[in-house]
Design a protein around this ligand. Structure first.
Ligand code: ADP
Length: 369
């Protein structure tokens, strides 16, 4: 049975154009780590607040371990919460912060002390109990906040942008640590983030939200390999999207005829080509393009290509090795590899944009706004 079940959960605020949560169904299994991802305003925090009991739904139901939580107050739900600004109590030391929830539950002093030491070990801060919170670095504060949330052994741990305040390298390190820690403890986690890298590194399952609805749910690999819609694809930073007429094994597009995976749905569709599937060849072959920009991304280069003939479709991005990337202004040919082509569900509600100024932006939140 699922540990957490949301059935048809709806939350409306005033006269907003759309519900903050619109008939959401979601199940989380015990020991599962689920990350909810989506642009700002898509309903992620509202989802957490409803599960925690901080926000009553206008419709639908939240169940934990099969028990309906309607009317159950926050402190009786057995969920742990860790919010973005981790809100440690500045007047208490590290141990005082971690023991807070235990004290509220009437744990003995001995029990509190034992648990605090155990948790400090767990989060990599052994012996730090007497330190003042204000003396801690951002990463250490994060660990204390985590220890505090874990102290009462919640059956569900909820994290809201848990690493939002930290710099990137620390976040990347902590996210790996967190995943290891949750795996060892068997903690069930519902986390919310707008950072796809964080979500993909942490989660067993990613849930992408849009306008109060779940746009896609799947393992990080599934969502990455097969984004269900143009919205999800663009949110993940994939912008090579073009209208297509999909036939048997190929699709006709403004970029020419493109091979599509076997079994692709036919008809008028949208086609996504991941940048890795845009191969640069001699200018005499394939789609003739001009290199408009290059952006270095670690060991790869994102190359922005503009088809030379008007009507040859939107600009597209290729991914090249450091030394293989052509110079700006060069003319190249482009061919497409089948395994990086995805036929997306449905059609875009707005025309595919023809202009892009920054190659490979990470996301285009609110593209449909
Ligand atoms: P996210 O966490 O994805 O940024 P939220 O859940 O905070 O999204 O918000 C979803 C929608 O609900 C947004 O349109 C937001 O403006 C609205 N909203 C959230 N909280 C409130 C509130 N307390 N009062 C009115 N509107 C709210």
């Amino acid at each position: 049975m699922s540990l957490l079940t949301l059935s048809d959960v709806t939350v409306r605020f005033g006269n907003a154009a759309h519900a903050a949560l619109d008939a959401v169904d979601l199940e989380i299994a015990e020991h599962e780590i689920v990350c909810v991802l989506g642009p700002s305003g898509s309903g992620k925090s509202t989802l957490l607040r409803v599960v925690a009991g901080l926000q009553a739904p206008d419709g639908g139901r939240v169940s934990l371990d099969g028990a309906d939580q309607t009317g159950v107050p926050v402190h009786r739900r057995g969920v742990g919460l860790m919010f973005q600004d981790h809100q440690l109590f500045p007047q208490r030391d590290v141990a005082g912060n971690i023991a807070f929830g235990l004290r509220m539950r009437g744990a003995s002093r001995d029990e509190q002390a034992r648990r605090v030491e155990e948790l400090l070990e767990l989060v990599g801060l052994p012996g730090a109990g007497r330190r003042a919170v204000a003396e801690l670095s951002g990463g250490e504060q994060q660990r204390v906040a985590l220890a505090r949330a874990l102290a009462p052994r919640p059956r569900l741990l909820m994290l809201d942008e848990p690493l939002g305040q930290l710099d990137r390298s620390l976040r990347e390190r902590l996210v790996v640590e967190l995943r290891g820690l949750f795996g060892r403890l068997g903690t069930t986690v519902l986390a919310v983030t707008h950072d796809q890298g964080e979500a993909f590194a942490l989660a067993d399952r990613v849930v992408v939200m849009r306008d109060g609805c779940i746009a896609q749910s799947g393992t990080p690999l599934e969502v990455w390999q097969r984004p269900a819609s143009a919205f999800v694809a663009r949110f993940l930073g994939f912008d090579n999207i073009v209208n297509a007429t999909v036939g048997d094994g190929t699709a006709d597009t403004a970029w020419g005829r493109i091979p599509v995976p076997d079994g692709s749905a036919r008809g008028e569709r949208l086609l996504l080509v991941r940048p890795a599937g845009v191969r640069l060849v001699d200018a005499a072959q394939g789609l003739r393009c001009t290199v408009e920009a290059r952006t270095f991304r670690g060991s790869r280069v994102a190359v922005l290509l503009r088809p030379e003939r008007r009507g040859d479709g939107p600009v597209l991005e290729a991914e090249c090795g450091l030394h293989a990337a052509p110079e700006e202004g060069a003319t190249v040919g482009v061919v497409f590899t089948r395994e990086d082509v995805v036929v997306l569900e449905g059609r875009e509600e707005h025309p595919v944009p023809q202009e892009r100024s920054v190659p490979g932006k990470c996301s285009v939140p609110g593209i449909h706004a």
